[in-house]
Design a protein around this ligand. Structure first.
Ligand SMILES: Nc1nc2c(ncn2[C@@H]2O[C@H](COP(=O)(O)OP(=O)(O)OP(=O)(O)O)[C@@H](O)[C@H]2O)c(=O)[nH]1
Length: 364
């Protein structure tokens, strides 16, 4: 029987028509609204809608956003990750109907206490949302002054930083010397080694803007392609380290130089989802399938839920390796890696017993 991921191949998908959605998360007071306001001061954001969620009786953030308009929707009195999830779906569906001006981007500011996982799952699990919107990325603000203590005390803040594609370090102006300590940077790297870290305050609105507006044309560069721009810090990091956070959260990349047989890859991912779905905080990647050499497949998942896979029209650069980022809780990276090899090898043995015996491993 087909697993969750295999079954998605039959799902309806209209990659080029979907509106990219950026989730802006970060713990209470970490500077989400401040960064959003700085973004909104930038020109040419026409077509962007903002959805703000607050936990509490009275929505304050809505008032604090300096450029509110009809394009700003407040979901107050509950946390998006639980009680107002239906409201989020309704708000997004309403936005999806809009034609004048055409909706081009959506930014969702979560409440400071929200675990972004359920929000991301809503985006992937709700068929109506999935048909209209595509997750472009997750940005997370991190308070440079308080985050060490916050990460120790609040599991939500760990989840927020762990699933982010971009970490925005705020309040560095309040630090002695204006620069974050090596310990702070190491802690963030340990927690999320694959996110881009934005330290320079002045450059942050532009960086967020690029995230929100990229892909500029989702038919050309669907969501997911952006995940593979390594930061300098990533490039400098030792490649053999698989950081494990003290909460058991670890991030690692499964890479393959050789194209992967479709059946073997799908069987592997179905199995990973079935066995460890709960512990997959986030999975995102580009896959080189043997039967699609010129078009990478983009995969994207949160826990058990995966987005229907899409194919980019072409590889974004020279690098045609399969590379899949896993952010997990307690998943053994080496076991996952080896299981993929086993399934690929089995597939090749079935397809051509002599070739399989002579073939190199798919592992780089
Ligand atoms: N000095 C300094 N203050 C900042 C910076 N970013 C935010 N703040 C201040 O920190 C406080 C909280 O910022 P907000 O932007 O409201 O934080 P938030 O994450 O939206 O907060 P919640 O809505 O409670 O989740 C405000 O007083 C901001 O002025 C920064 O980079 N430097």
């Amino acid at each position: 029987m087909a697993g969750h991921f295999s079954s998605l191949l039959t799902a309806d998908r209209r990659a080029g028509e979907r509106v990219p959605v950026t989730v802006l998360t970060g713990f209470l007071g970490s500077g989400k609204t401040t960064l959003l306001n700085r973004l909104l001061q930038q020109p040419d954001l026409r077509g962007m809608a903002v959805i703000v969620n607050e936990f509490g009786e009275v929505g304050i953030d809505h008032d604090l956003i300096t450029q509110t308009s009809d394009d700003t929707i407040l979901l107050a009195n509950g946390c998006m990750c639980c009680s107002v999830r239906g409201d989020l779906v309704a708000a997004m569906n309403r936005l999806g109907e809009r034609t004048d001006p055409p909706l081009r981007h959506v930014l969702i500011e979560t409440s400071g206490l929200a675990d972004p996982g359920p929000i991301l799952r809503t985006m992937m699990g709700d068929a109506a949302i999935r048909g209209r919107f595509a997750l472009a990325g997750v940005a997370c603000t991190v308070d440079a002054v308080l985050c060490m203590g916050t990460l120790d005390r609040h599991a939500e803040s760990v989840q927020q930083a762990a699933v982010a594609d971009h970490l925005f370090l705020t309040k560095t102006d309040l630090l002695e010397g204006g620069a974050p300590s090596p310990e702070l940077l190491a802690r963030l790297r340990e927690l999320n080694s694959v996110a881009r870290l934005h330290v320079a305050r002045d450059a942050q609105p532009q960086a967020l803007r690029e995230l929100v507006q990229s892909p500029k044309d989702s038919s050309e560069v669907p969501a997911g392609a952006m995940y593979y721009r390594p930061s300098q810090a990533d490039a400098d990091a030792p490649k053999d380290s698989a950081p494990v956070h003290r909460d058991g959260i670890s991030s690692f990349v499964v890479e393959r130089d050789q194209p992967l047989p479709r059946d073997a890859f799908f069987a592997w991912l179905d199995m990973v989802i079935a066995m460890r779905g709960e512990d997959l905080l986030r999975v995102k990647g580009l896959v080189h399938l043997a039967d699609e050499p010129d078009r990478p497949m983009v995969i994207h998942g949160v826990q058990h839920l995966f987005h229907p896979p899409e194919f980019l029209p072409a590889w974004p650069g020279q690098d045609r390796r399969t590379r899949i980022v896993f952010i997990t809780r307690g998943v053994d990276a080496q076991a996952m890696d080896e299981t993929l090899d086993v399934l690929v090898h089995r597939h090749m043995r079935r397809a051509s017993p002599t070739a399989a015996a002579a073939s190199p491993k798919t592992h780089p």
